[in-house]
Design a protein around this ligand. Structure first.
Ligand SMILES: Cc1cc2nc3c(=O)[nH]c(=O)nc-3n(C[C@H](O)[C@H](O)[C@H](O)COP(=O)(O)OP(=O)(O)OC[C@H]3O[C@@H](n4cnc5c(N)ncnc54)[C@H](O)[C@@H]3O)c2cc1C
Length: 462
């Protein structure tokens, strides 16, 4: 049987946040055809399988694609986050990506979407097999293959718990909290990351008293205060200035984070324990208060096995009450593959460039791909950055991201594009250019950036 073939300029593997942001910026600045493939049935990547009460942990404006704002750019005027920017819920994120994909991409005739389809390289050939029809298509790529799966996060819904589970124990992914038909007597939340904090906040806001929650926290996390991650250049440059000022004076990595805590940048749940984890998800102070109300905290390392009567951990065992529900929030989320040049001869591998903000970084890569014709130059402007796991990685990410922002920001066209792009946390609109608060934050940043970067480099290299 002959295999059907399809011609395209770009084959983008993965229609998650990064594949979507790259494609959007690319087709906006180059007259090209893109084929987008995903094993999921729709765009949006992991958001398709996320727990239903998930929300962006940062402002909606920072998420999505460059051409189209997610949400309304509104500031919350009620509730515990009054004064902070709105954060989209899962349903809104999914609807947004659906609209971008169908109306803007496929509707323009410049993007072909192959849903429910698995990509694989077969030697030099690129083949895509539909998981629905079984048909395999060979994709002839005129320009580039784009790997938008390189940093794809793992999530509890699609990743089994990283510990053994005896047959007669109820261990469920966090998603199942929203599908309970009878309430257990105790919830055992396993995990230290954003998903675990979301689970606890959701239980608390649904009337579960903190003494019915046991929280197994293998590591203590540092988290970013949401109040300092807002679409406002005075706040953005203020955050960068605080980071550099704290770093310049820091005696150690731990001291750096404590200084940032004093500056209102970092949060930790228990002020008597020094965190060792620095993935730094974003948290609001009302959420922190709820998290602190949970007193049954197990700090005995990672869970190895859950049996009917006990939880076995690296450093000990704790009893498990009958009728407990163990909630799996222990997928690692962020991934840490080796840093590789974003532009390689075989593929473009989307990674972060500045500090965090994967959507902005993927859009930037799309813009640079469209507007530069030399890979060496593209890689100079957009070096890959790491995602953080431990405090030293966080320091390293600050150094790499700051240097990258200087490199791409020095190009007038990129600076102009980035200043018009809502995804960019450091954008300065004409409205803000003469704002005294922005000027003051910038001048503080200028004062501290050199000594801060030098010390961050030392701290990162240990
Ligand atoms: C719960 C949660 C909340 C988060 N909140 C935020 C936030 O508020 N702000 C923020 O900036 N970041 C947030 N993140 C970080 C997140 O990593 C990024 O936002 C981003 O969504 C990751 O997108 P991606 O494109 O890298 O990966 P994915 O969303 O995983 O997309 C990759 C896609 O590739 C497809 N794929 C993989 N391999 C193949 C193959 N061989 N063939 C076909 N398809 C394939 C997958 O099906 C998937 O849909 C959050 C992460 C999680 C888990």
């Amino acid at each position: 049987m002959t295999m059907r073939s399809l011609q395209t300029d770009y084959l983008v593997i993965g229609a998650g946040a990064t594949g979507m942001a790259f494609t959007d910026a690319l087709i906006d600045h180059a007259d090209v055809h893109v084929t987008l493939v995903d094993r999921r049935h729709a765009a949006g990547g992991h958001w398709q399988d996320a727990y239903p009460f998930v929300q962006l942990h940062q402002a909606s404006l920072f998420y999505g694609v460059a051409s189209t704002v997610l949400g309304h750019g509104a500031v919350q005027d009620r509730g515990p986050e009054t004064g902070l920017h709105e954060r989209a819920r899962q349903s809104e994120i999914r609807a947004y990506y659906d609209d971008i994909l169908l109306r803007r991409f496929v509707g323009s005739g410049r993007v072909t979407f192959l849903p429910g389809s698995e990509y694989r390289a077969d030697g030099p050939a690129h083949v895509v097999t539909s998981n629905v029809s079984g048909e395999t298509v060979q994709v002839d790529v005129r320009r580039r293959v784009v790997d938008a799966t390189y940093l794809s996060p793992t999530i509890p819904a699609t990743t089994p718990p990283p510990f053994g589970v005896a047959d007669d124990v109820r261990v469920v992914p966090v998603n199942d909290l929203a599908r309970l038909t009878t309430a257990p007597s105790r919830y055992v939340i396993v995990g230290s990351g954003k998903t675990a904090t979301d689970g606890i906040v959701w239980l608390s806001t649904n009337g579960v008293e903190p003494d019915r929650i046991t929280w197994v926290r293998p590591r203590e996390p540092w988290m970013l205060n949401r109040a300092v991650v807002q679409p406002d250049p005075a706040i953005a440059f203020g955050l960068a200035a605080d980071t550099m000022a704290a770093a310049a004076e820091a005696e150690s990595l731990d001291d750096l984070f404590v200084r940032l805590e004093s500056a209102g940048v970092m949060l930790r749940i228990d002020r008597d324990v020094t965190p060792t984890m620095a993935k730094t998800p974003t948290l609001a102070s009302w959420e922190l208060d709820l998290l602190r109300s949970v007193e049954h905290v197990v700090r005995l390392g990672h869970v190895r096995q859950v049996n009917r009567h006990e939880i076995v951990l690296d450093h000990g065992t704790v009893p498990l009450e009958a009728d407990s529900l163990v909630v799996h929030c222990a997928a690692s989320g962020l991934q840490y593959p080796p840093l590789v040049p974003i532009w390689s001869p075989d593929a473009i591998r989307l990674q972060t460039i500045r500090v965090g903000f994967p959507c902005f970084c993927a859009a930037l890569a799309g813009y640079v791909e469209a507007t530069r014709d030399d890979d060496r130059e593209r890689n100079r402007l957009c070096p890959p950055n790491n995602l953080p796991d431990r405090p030293a990685d966080w320091a390293q990410m600050q150094v790499r991201g700051t240097l990258a922002a200087h490199a791409f920001g020095a190009e007038p066209d990129i600076a102009a594009w980035a200043n018009a792009c809502a995804l960019n946390p450091a954008r300065v609109t004409p409205l803000h250019r003469d704002d005294p608060a922005v000027k003051a934050a910038l001048s503080r940043l200028t004062e501290h950036v050199e000594p801060g970067l030098a010390r961050l480099t030392e701290l990162a290299n240990g």
